[in-house]
Design a protein around this ligand. Structure first.
Ligand SMILES: NC(=O)c1ccc[n+]([C@@H]2O[C@H](COP(=O)([O-])OP(=O)(O)OC[C@H]3O[C@@H](n4cnc5c(N)ncnc54)[C@H](OP(=O)(O)O)[C@@H]3O)[C@@H](O)[C@H]2O)c1
Length: 292
């Protein structure tokens, strides 16, 4: 039995479909089964929450492999980014070890580090340490920014592009990314699962190195929109988004923690090397978005 957390998310949805198609017995730890759509009848459901460690024990019964995708880039009422994306991983890997799981697959992030300016990247660094220190053989995947047509960030850019003539844009946009398509990421995970057991770490990067500004320009081209970029100074962005989050809570369209992530480069020195080691040749973002 394989336990998948984050099965309703961007990566989780693509991976869930592959695991079901491959006939892997699958249990999903979810807060709300409806978020799995029709697949909720094709998998076992374990109701659980990263903020509720006792829910892990039930979910782990009879599980040999855990794929831990669930994480959050914004604070939730039940827990902070640090608790849910950092400490919860330590608790889950500990519970998996006690339950006798034989393999733990964890999604970290390129750029994760205890000194990072971004809260999520500091939490991911600690989580990665906890997974590496565990006695369960682990596969750590550290992706750059992951995208798919219609996912949350491209959708947000699409909404901002409804503003006529200009596109408001956080900061200078100079941080660099190697965007990787979610289908390529899911293929990498399937291939990593087929490798002989043992500890491994893969950095998942797409073939282009693009600044944040170049990504926004590419997204605008894919939407057929021509807009002048309006660079909003970071102090203005952080103050505005902090206020928005305070007023709107979970309904805020963006948070400062999310915007700050786009200020930190997420590159792999090996480029697409690790993905190719897994037999995946990641596609260029322009080709996935249908931009010539
Ligand atoms: N997307 C990227 O660009 C990127 C880059 C680097 C690393 N990563 C990492 O890759 C992994 C997958 O990313 P993703 O983009 O697929 O994430 P995502 O789309 O944001 O999905 C997050 C998943 O975590 C679940 N989740 C959130 N809070 C939870 C909680 N308190 N308890 C239980 N489940 C909870 C969500 O469930 P609900 O449906 O209930 O909300 C959802 O299934 C994450 O660990 C992420 O940090 C992503």
């Amino acid at each position: 039995m394989l336990l998948l957390t984050g099965a309703s998310g961007l990566v989780g949805s693509a991976l869930r479909r592959r695991l079901i198609a491959a006939g892997v017995p699958l249990r999903c730890l979810v807060r709300d089964p409806r978020r799995l759509g029709e697949d909720r009848v094709r998998v076992q459901i374990a109701l659980g929450d990263l903020a509720d460690p006792p829910s892990f024990r039930n979910a782990l019964r009879g599980v040999d492999t855990v794929i831990h995708l669930a994480a959050t880039i914004r604070d939730q009422p039940q827990g902070s980014i640090e608790e849910l994306s950092g400490i919860a991983t330590w608790r889950l890997v500990d519970a998996a070890s006690r339950a006798g799981a034989e393999r733990f697959v964890f999604f970290s992030a390129l750029g994760a580090g205890t000194q990072s300016r971004a809260r999520l990247l500091r939490a991911k660094a600690l989580a990665e340490e906890a997974v590496s220190a565990s006695e369960i053989p682990s596969i750590i995947l550290a992706p750059s920014i992951i995208y798919a047509p219609g996912e949350a960030y491209l959708t947000l850019l699409g909404r901002l592009a409804l503003i006529p003539a200009v596109m408001p844009f956080s900061g200078r946009g100079r941080a660099q990314f190697a965007p990787i398509w979610v289908s390529d990421v899911a293929d990498c995970v399937m291939s990593a699962l087929a490798q002989p057991a043992g500890n491994a770490r893969y950095e998942l990067a797409g073939p282009d190195v693009l600044t944040h500004e170049q990504i926004v320009r590419l997204a605008l081209r894919s939407l057929g929109k021509r807009r002048a970029l309006l660079h909003v100074p970071i102090p203005v962005v952080s103050a505005t988004l902090a206020l928005t989050e305070r007023l709107m809570g979970q309904r805020a369209f963006a948070t400062w923690d999310e915007a700050e992530l786009m200020e930190v480069s997420m590159l792999s020195a090996g480029g697409t090397q690790d993905a190719q080691r897994l037999g995946v040749r990641p596609r260029a973002m322009a080709s996935v978005l249908g931009v010539s």
